[in-house]
Design a protein around this ligand. Sequence first.
Ligand code: B12
Ligand code: SF4
Length: 470
Amino acid sequence: MTGKKRLFLAAVGPPGGYSLVTPPLGLLYIAAHLREHFALDIRIINQRAAGWTSQRLIKEIVAFEPHVVGLGCMTPSAHVLPEITQGIRDSLPEALMVLGGPHISALQTAAVAATAADIGVVGEGEMVMEQVMRAYIEGGAMDSIPGLIRREPDGAVVRNPGSVPLIENLDALPMPAYDLIDVPTYWRQPGMPTIPRRNYVSLFSSRGCPYNCMYCHNVFGRGFRGHSVERILEEIKCAKSRYGADEIEFVDDCFNLDRKRLMDYSQRLCSEIGPIKTAFPNAIRADILDDETADALTNAGMYYTALALESGTKRIQKLIGKRLDIEKFCNATALCNERRVFTNGFVMLGFPTETAREMEETIRVAADSKLHVASFFRVTPFPNTALFAYVKENAPEKLNDVHYNDMEYWRVKVNLADVEDAVLDRYLGRAYREFYFRPGRIVRILRDYPRPFLLPAYVGMFMKRVLRYA
Ligand code: B12
Ligand code: SF4
């Protein structure tokens, strides 16, 4: 085959409901890598950012007449994959259709079999997509690509033996292809921090996490691999100069795991570029944040961070494999509070075997901490996690209530805990009331919320959430 090939990459996610939108970093990394190796005409669409229905997405893909279509998605959006892949197949019978992303990594062959796609990629996509494109363009065999999921001529979906090694040197990957999306589109949409209108670019500065939380999807393995400080600074310079961003947002699994990298980064950012507004809606593990690293990050521009508590009891921390030091967590909230860094806590209620008393303790720890705001989630087991395996083995009947087709995850009614459904509901409501109805907290929110003039909208949103459970 000769000439430029057309590649359409889409992050699948129907609009509506729980519609947070962030740049599709996975696709941006893949596109950047592929165009270094092949002559390609690439189009990238984030379905939710575009606000397109599945039918509209199919129409746009078909109109582009791609040789290869790559679709990525998370499990709560996967229910639209059969319709989308069939729609593409009907109009473009020759196109090679590849699926990837967290949902395919979780459900693997079953995820591909449920669709009309040809191929599925588990885990990191850059190297495998390179091999797939090479085989497609040069006429090579897909069955020799290690770990690739593929549909055989008789329709059976199989997985090739072997697995693809993780990318050790992340800096060898080109910078995510932000030039292929309209960056300001993301500034106007609700993102991860509950702070609207931020001119930001997302960075994924490391892959992999050594912790072992039982509800987590291990997309990037347990070994921590970081981009160099040099590379992070290069991405920040580019975000500022090419896209006009004045803020960055780290969405790593654990940015502060490598203390030396963190300290070097903060020091060099300040001396070589200057501090930049920085949000960590993910990426900071609270019990390894100390005075020195909190200072370094604040000096470098950190003004917002999420800190995940999940449970306030030692027993549940051990059970779920997070093993967070609760005292150090509380200390980290105080460190951020002293530095006026707005903190958002993530808390989960309803772990398997969790008792009412343990939920009370978790709510107390969160409410007594110096977190500014918090979200209390109902524990939901996702396939191919240790949590899912645990529930399947110990209380399989509880999985009957789990469905993933609803983006409004707070409507999911699963209850894995050792309490009646009504009791879990009550605690979810009580958590918000106990957390928010404290004068000290309200004063701190008013003092530190990064966009004071947008605070009424924020408060309204949270009140709705409280009332939903009340
Ligand atoms: C930012 C983020 C979000 C953003 C949107 C992310 C986005 N733009 O895609 C928002 C806030 C909307 C979000 C929401 C949710 N998220 Co989220 N999120 C993340 C986070 C923190 C970073 C994503 C990211 O940018 N990663 C960096 C890029 C480089 O990685 P990547 O996207 O996975 O892409 C690589 C591979 O997956 C693959 N790949 C990806 N797409 C494609 C496509 C093709 C064709 C191919 C071949 C390969 C491929 O190659 C890429 C490069 O190596 C991840 C954690 C993580 N470690 O990734 C969780 C994560 C993706 N989220 C997760 C979950 C559970 C959720 C929620 C369900 C949470 C909730 N309870 O509501 C919702 C679901 C929303 C929905 N309706 O689908 C899980 C995924 C579980 C699953 N089975 O799908 C993750 C992995 C967290 C975890 N460790 O468990 N999330
Ligand atoms: S700390 Fe985060 S990324 Fe690491 S295992 Fe736990 S949930 Fe997953």
